[in-house]
Structures are given as structure tokens and as C-alpha cells.
Ligand binder design. Structure first.
Ligand code: GLP
Length: 264
């Protein structure tokens, strides 16, 4: 696992966007061999999305031959619901880049046969050749996508019940009213994320300090699903100093030392 400890959220976003852009450009994607990118929602990726949009506007990067798969979607919300993840992605990213709409995939929260929707989502990822890079964030309780504590570390796309803590954390997007937050979501599994050739997580702010500590120093445990990344051959965590507050001094020194030439 690589761990980049950068000064602040802006540096985390700039580093991450540059990394993703370099990966896409180095791959030289074509319509018959597109770059397959996994994407998250939430506040953590917003800065990265802004940077990527700027790169597209400046002609440094194109999403024409990029296929995306989002991590999750609330059950019961359609794409035109302002709090749905489809709506979020359109507003904050897809509407501002040159991606072909048909190449963007997000689970359908209104699917009548949810089990079929989940299986079909896994198949669509396979059909696209698998995810090259899964970009993500992490919840305060260490969840990745919506793989809440206790989720199987080999899980696939399915419906998960959200914990009260996650409902509370996400209520900020629903007028701070927990009643309005859906209690279940379709989410890719930990196994789905682990199948990606690379996984890159952004972690920012002191509220994520415990999750980051578990991710980097803790034992692998289904109670902190992010710890599964310790078993991934190519996982990168990009965090800021605030999120790194819970790491041991020697851990910080170690990663800062080995990454000192890779800070942009
Ligand atoms: C939700 C999403 C996760 C995200 C997490 C943290 O639970 N399903 O993908 O990582 O929130 O969100 P934020 O970045 O807003 O802290």
C-alpha cells in the first residue's frame, strides 16, 4: 500500500486528479479499448472532480474513451432526485466533461428486481474488461462504498442496510433530516473493489483519522472494511495531515520518506 500524506484537502485533490489523468493518458484509451474507471460520490472526491474538469477544459484530458462505474446508489431514489448519486454525478462531474452518457454506469435505485440489478451490474463491469482504477473515499467508520462494518470482505454488488451513523452523516444532504435518508443502498462489494487493478482512496479531515489509522496500521477486519486494501496489490491512500493525526509518528515518517519524490 502507498500512503501519500499531503498538507491539506486541496493538495490531496490536485495530486489525485493528476494521478488519474496520467493513468488515463498513459493508457491511450480508444473506443474499442476504453479506460474503465470506478467512481465515488461524497464530499471527499469533489475537489478531485473540479481538478479533472479543469484539465478537460484545458484540453489536457479527455473522457471520450472512458467508461465509468459508480460505487453505489440509494434504493428508492431515481436519477432525477437531487440527493441520488446519479444526480450528484451529473451535477458535479459528468455534465462538465466530454464523457459519452451511455458510458456512465450507476446502479438503478428504482430497479424493480434489485437482485437482478446487482448481478447485472457485476456482469457489466466484467463485460467492460474490469475496473482499471477504483477511485473512492472512506466513511468515518471505515466503510468503502456502502460496505458497512461487518460486510463480507469478499462481497459483491448487493443491497446493504446503512448504519445509523452513516444515515446521520449523510443527513447533511437531506436538510439534516435523518427521516429523509434512504436506509438501504445498492453498493459494489468489497470484492468488487478488490478486483480493480488499482484502488485509490482520498481521505481528508480529522473525522477520518480513526478510519485511516485502522486502514494503515490496524489488523484486517470486516469491522473496518477499508482494511481489506492491505491485501490489494496496488492500493494508494492519499490523505491530508488532519486525517493522518491518528497515525504513529514512525508511520508518518516512513511514508513521507518513501514518497518524498512523488509529491507532484
Ligand atoms: C458515503 C458513500 C461513500 C463515501 C462516504 C464518505 O457513505 N457511500 O462512498 O466514501 O460516504 O463520504 P464523504 O466523502 O462525504 O465523507
Amino acid at each position: 500500500m502507498r500512503v501519500l500524506i499531503l498538507r491539506d484537502y486541496e493538495s490531496v485533490s490536485a495530486w489525485t486528479a493528476r494521478y488519474i489523468a496520467n493513468e488515463i493518458n498513459a493508457f491511450e484509451p480508444t473506443s474499442s479499448n476504453p479506460y474503465v474507471l470506478g467512481l465515488p460520490t461524497g464530499s471527499s472526491p469533489m475537489g478531485t472532480y473540479k481538478e479533472l474538469i479543469a484539465m478537460v477544459k484545458e484540453g489536457e484530458l479527455s473522457f471520450k474513451n472512458v467508461v465509468t462505474f459508480n460505487m453505489d446508489e440509494y434504493v428508492g431514489l431515481g436519477g432525477d432526485h437531487p440527493q441520488s448519486y446519479r444526480y450528484f454525478m451529473q451535477e458535479h462531474f459528468f455534465n462538465h466533461i466530454d464523457i459519452i452518457p451511455e458510458n456512465t454506469h450507476i446502479p438503478n435505485g428504482l430497479a424493480t428486481d434489485i437482485d437482478y440489478e446487482c448481478k447485472a451490474y457485476e456482469q457489466a463491469i466484467q463485460h467492460a474488461g474490469g475496473v482499471r482504477l477504483f477511485f473512492g473515499g472512506v466513511g468515518v467508520d471505515g466503510h468503502i462504498a456502502f460496505n458497512e462494518p461487518g460486510s463480507s470482505l469478499v462481497s459483491r454488488t448487493r443491497v446493504k442496510t446503512l448504519t445509523s451513523d452513516t444515515v446521520l452523516a449523510n443527513a447533511r444532504f437531506f436538510d439534516n433530516n435523518t427521516e429523509l435518508v434512504p436506509k438501504t443502498a445498492i453498493t459494489v462489494g468489497v470484492g468488487t473493489i478488490m478486483d480493480a487493478r488499482q484502488v485509490l482512496l482520498v481521505v481528508s479531515g480529522v473525522s477520518k483519522a480513526e478510519a485511516l489509522k485502522q486502514a494503515v496500521e490496524g489488523p484486517i477486519s470486516h469491522m473496518w472494511t477499508v482494511t481489506a486494501l492491505q491485501m490489494h496489490p496496488k492500493a494508494i491512500i492519499v490523505c491530508d495531515e488532519a486525517a493522518a493525526a491518528g497515525l504513529k509518528t514512525e508511520t508518518v515518517r516512513y511514508f513521507k520518506d518513501i514518497e518524498k519524490d512523488n509529491l507532484l
